[in-house]
Design a protein around this ligand. Sequence first.
Ligand SMILES: [Cu+2]
Length: 113
Amino acid sequence: MYKIDIEIDGMMCGMCEAHVADVIRKTVNDARKVAVSHTKGTAVFLTEEKPDEDKIKDAIDATGYTVMSMKCDISMDMCYSQKVIKKPEPLRFGLFSFMIFTRLNEKSESSVS
Ligand SMILES: [Cu+2]
């Protein structure tokens, strides 16, 4: 799941919010929990598939509002991302101790000769 965070300039009222939310729903078919705020100047929503950021920017810019920035994060409530973070650790540790072992070996060899 992805969380998209857009900073938008030019929204003045609730109608602007509805307009932007409409454009997002039309551009991103699986957009969920679309939340637009004209006071904060933001639009936030969730998607399952990684969305096309350029397509969203173009669609919003075409309405007359201006996209100032866009952030696309993998949502942290996903078990999958935690597994990915934890997985490489044993491998890294194994490689590290292997390197120390090799260095010690090299040193003892050179001191012999
Ligand atoms: Cu408005």
